[in-house]
Design a protein around this ligand. Structure first.
Ligand code: NAG
Ligand code: NAG
Ligand code: NAG
Length: 203
């Protein structure tokens, strides 16, 4: 039995050797490139860089007004800028992103330039917890579970009349007005002023 397993292992490893040699080389290259992008995820409470899927972007755009001339939008933790660029392409004239990782910020600016929406976008290299949300009507957030409580407080405090589009995780206490239920691509839409109106009506 033992010898049989040994031979199986041996033949497997020799067969896989060439594959490992090639993929291993590529894998190492990829991890070195990615290290620069992922590293800030290990700082205090930050958003890891996980790019939005095409389905998630579609669901976010669904909740934005078609005529977005007057709309000011912020993507919190904008990563490689794909949400900001997509919303700018849909006609939002003032589409901003805040992202801690300077590499991603520069990448985003370059991507916006390439996509022809640079004048309607801005990318701030800042800590989201020190970034004032007050000027924005629409806030997009691809969150992580541990930060949603703190973020909800920040939203209510700084942008009590904004609309919030949350992906991956809902806000823990506020009730969404609408949602698109699609598993990992689920998107929740909050109208903070609506919540405010109804809560004051109840009192
Ligand atoms: C409701 O609106 C008031 C005044 O604009 C604001 O001070 C308050 O924080 C808001 N509350 C919520 C829950 O949004
Ligand atoms: C408004 O927000 C509060 C939490 O701040 C929540 O308890 C309440 O259910 C919300 N009301 C509506 C109508 O969404
Ligand atoms: C949000 O709520 C306010 C107050 O109820 C309402 O006037 C506004 O049309 C709502 N906006 C959206 C996009 O649902």
């Amino acid at each position: 039995m033992a010898t049989q397993t040994d031979t199986t292992k041996k033949s497997m490893s020799s067969g896989a050797k060439a594959l490992i040699a090639t993929t291993g080389g590529i894998g190492l290259g990829i991890s070195i490139i990615c290290a620069a992008f992922v590293a800030p995820a290990f700082r205090r409470i930050c958003l890891p860089y996980v790019p939005a899927t095409a389905e998630q972007i579609k669901n976010v755009l669904h909740f934005l007004p078609r005529n977005g001339n007057q709309v000011r939008l912020l993507d919190i933790g904008s990563g490689d800028g794909r949400i900001v660029i997509a919303t700018a392409q849909q006609g939002i004239k003032c589409s901003h992103g805040v992202e801690l990782n300077p590499w991603l910020v520069w990448y985003s600016r370059f991507a916006a330039l390439k996509c022809g929406v640079y004048p309607n976008t801005r990318f701030f290299c800042k800590d989201l917890w020190r970034f004032n949300l007050k000027p924005y009507d629409y806030l997009v957030i691809f969150g992580v579970e541990q930060m949603m409580d703190q973020l909800e407080n920040k939203l209510i405090l700084e942008a009590p009349h904004s609309k919030v589009i949350a992906c991956r995780f809902p806000l823990p206490n506020l009730k969404p007005v609408k949602s698109i239920d699609a598993g990992v691509n689920t998107v929740w839409f909050y109208n903070l002023s609506e919540n405010n109106t109804s809560s004051s009506r109840q009192i």
